[in-house]
Design a binder for this molecule. Structure first.
Ligand SMILES: C[S@@+](CC[C@H](N)C(=O)[O-])C[C@H]1O[C@@H](n2cnc3c(N)ncnc32)[C@H](O)[C@@H]1O
Length: 218
């Protein structure tokens, strides 16, 4: 594991290896994964509301990018058996936790590691990035932008630094809505703010270049 040296709590401009550009300097610690399973989360961010905003078309492919322990991916897969839900996380410990949850044994729910990213590029009708933007370095944001299909979008929901809250990471590790919009725009998205939730901002982000244009562009 990484040594706990060079910890900056106001990140965004420091080098952190593959996390360069991330507001939260450290990787999410799998030792804290049980926090993600807490059903109290559903009170301030109901899965039904996340699904309404995600609005997957029939038979869609949806990627939960940074799915953690799969708490929201499971709810989405359960509510929409026609949607193929890919629960993607970079940490094998998190994928193992998803696989160990009996409620995750759903035919339409598929845990996946970052090795799947090249195959999935341009194929996602919907991408959910929940409580994850503040953890993403520039490279990861680039990978995220490559995922949506031509009519697809990324639904970005993350802790709002402008809101005092009893839960979630320190405010200095998160963005407010306008900072998040600016970061997404700088990364090649056209980003549209939606109505915020109690502790979260909500943004619909569409890559400015279609997947086809991207693959032809380089
Ligand atoms: C705070 S947790 C949120 C998990 C989940 N979205 C939820 O709300 O329950 C953030 C997760 O994003 C994952 N993550 C961070 N950067 C990632 C990346 N570049 N690619 C895939 N997963 C990533 C972390 O491993 C962690 O499991």
């Amino acid at each position: 594991m990484k040594p706990p040296s060079d910890h900056h709590d106001h990140g965004g401009h420091h080098g952190h290896g593959d996390r360069h550009g991330a507001r939260q300097p450290e990787r999410f610690d799998p030792a804290r994964a049980a926090l993600l399973d807490d059903p109290a989360r559903f009170k301030y961010l109901p899965p039904a509301e996340v699904l309404r905003l995600l609005d997957p078309p029939p038979d869609a492919t949806a990627i939960d990018f940074g799915a953690g322990t799969g708490t929201y991916a499971i709810q989405i897969a359960r509510a929409r058996p026609d949607v193929r839900v890919i629960a993607l996380d970079e940490q094998p410990e998190m994928l193992a936790r998803i696989r160990s949850r009996p409620e995750a044994a759903l035919a339409n729910l598929e845990p996946a590691g970052p090795d799947r990213l090249p195959d999935l590029a341009g194929r996602a009708d919907r991408v959910l990035a929940l409580n994850v933007l503040h953890e993403l370095g520039d490279e990861a944001l680039h990978a995220l932008a490559a995922l949506p299909a031509a009519d697809g979008f990324v639904l970005v929901i993350d802790w709002n630094a402008a809101v005092e809250r009893p839960v979630g990471p320190p405010r200095g590790h998160t963005y407010n809505q306008s900072e998040a919009l600016a970061r997404l725009e700088a990364a090649g998205f056209s980003a549209e703010p939606l109505a915020p939730a109690q502790y979260h901002y909500v943004i619909r982000a569409r890559p400015r270049k279609t997947a086809a244009a991207r693959s032809g562009a380089s």
